[in-house]
Design a protein around this ligand. Structure first.
Ligand SMILES: Cc1ncc(C[n+]2csc(CCOP(=O)(O)OP(=O)(O)O)c2C)c(N)n1
Ligand code: SF4
Ligand SMILES: [Mg+2]
Length: 346
């Protein structure tokens, strides 16, 4: 009897299938926004044709910080201490600047315990993608308000948050990050375009993704629920990403939006822009975010990008070969050199 051949497995530009970008089976709650973000990360790295072995995943503590286990199973990974992922990422990036660093944090991990480390990562413009999976609560410890919870947002128990939210995007722009955006786990097209552009950028990408916690913060009265986001999300622009390795088949018409060329030659095309808003203008971005906060708008999209500013590792003028792989003969001064240095202190 004739057998039906299996359909050919699709592969990307480096010959890998989407299965090569998956990770372990998720242990997070079914329906958690974090699982959807993991899916988009898998799609973005597959579509960009990035070798999983060239990626280093770093995270802190929280449901969000567990999620790197569920994507890019062939990549390097380090699950650090609560709020301390930035220092681990900084050390790793200096020791080996040839890897692509992908950090996953939570709103608690970043905006509460980790705010100090977050601030210094942003100001250094460390070349990495820093994702906040933002649900407005500490999911792992059973749903207390985090510092990104909006004023007036209500817990299931009826407790109302009266403290102002920290806007992690405004903070990241103020401090020096060079690619700052907000998205929603349920906005598949926008999130995928932003993740692919993030891979093409050199410098700190700070991507705050609203990611509903179905167990503790998806009810009426929450401003981080699926329903609230579906009703209130206001995308600033329609984002199309054209990677450097793809032919640009449609000519871009000047005046129909903004085109931004990223570090590796990829292009972002932003259309349906609000009049006068240009994401390459830092002050415009800060003003627009402040207005959004005053008007209770949930703005998403690309707020700020600067493809020109040197990253932290550019500024260090590192030798081409990763420091962590240099042999001792190169990194350790000889006895005569050490003696000479000591002589200078006598
Ligand atoms: C030093 C330290 N303090 C407190 C905790 C307890 N703790 C674990 S996860 C967490 C908050 C997680 O919230 P978030 O980062 O928003 O992640 P989510 O679970 O919501 O994805 C806290 C307070 C801890 N693990 N370590
Ligand atoms: S508790 Fe909330 S954040 Fe944690 S896995 Fe469940 S739905 Fe996700
Ligand atoms: Mg959280």
């Amino acid at each position: 009897m004739a057998t039906t051949p299996n359909p050919p497995v699709k592969s990307n530009r480096i010959g890998l299938s989407i299965l090569d970008y998956r990770g372990a089976k998720s242990t997070l709650c079914a329906g958690c926004g974090h699982n959807v973000i993991s899916e988009r990360i898998i799609d973005a790295f597959y579509e960009m044709g990035i070798e999983p072995e060239k990626v280093a995943k770093v995270s802190g503590i929280g449901c969000s910080s567990k999620s790197p286990a569920y994507f890019l199973g062939h990549s390097h990974s380090f699950n650090s201490v609560h709020g301390r992922m930035p220092s681990i990422a900084t050390g790793a990036a200096v020791a080996n600047h040839k890897m692509l660093y992908l950090g996953v944090s939570g709103d608690g991990d970043t905006a509460s315990i980790g705010i100090g480390q977050f601030a210094h990562l942003m100001r250094r413009n460390l070349p990495m993608i820093y994702i906040i999976e933002d649900n407005g609560v500490y999911g792992l410890t059973k749903g207390q308000f985090s510092a990104t919870a909006d004023v007036g947002s209500k817990l299931k128990t009826g407790v109302v948050n009266e403290l102002p939210a920290i806007d992690t995007c405004a903070l990241a722009i103020e401090l020096g990050a060079t690619f700052v955006a907000r998205s929603f786990s349920g906005d598949k097209k926008q999130l995928l375009a932003l993740l692919k552009a993030a891979i093409a950028h050199n410098g700190t990408v700070m991507l705050d993704v609203i990611s509903p916690c179905v167990t503790f913060n998806d009810h009426e009265g929450s401003t981080k629920s699926y329903k609230f986001m579906k009703d209130h999300e206001e995308p600033l622009q329609d984002i199309n990403f054209v990677p450097s390795f793809e032919e640009i088949d449609v000519e871009y018409e000047p005046g129909s939006g903004i085109e931004i060329t990223l570090h590796d030659g990829s292009k972002m095309r932003l259309t349906k822009l609000e009049e006068d808003f240009n994401p390459t203008h830092r002050l415009d971005a800060l003003t627009r975010l402040a207005e959004a906060r005053e008007n209770n708008e949930v703005l998403t999209g690309l707020f700020y990008v600067n493809p020109e500013k040197p990253s932290f590792t550019d500024l260090l003028n590192l030798v081409d070969r990763p420091l962590g792989t240099l042999p001792q003969e190169v990194t350790r001064p000889t006895k005569s050199v050490l003696d000479k240095i000591m002589d200078e202190y006598r």
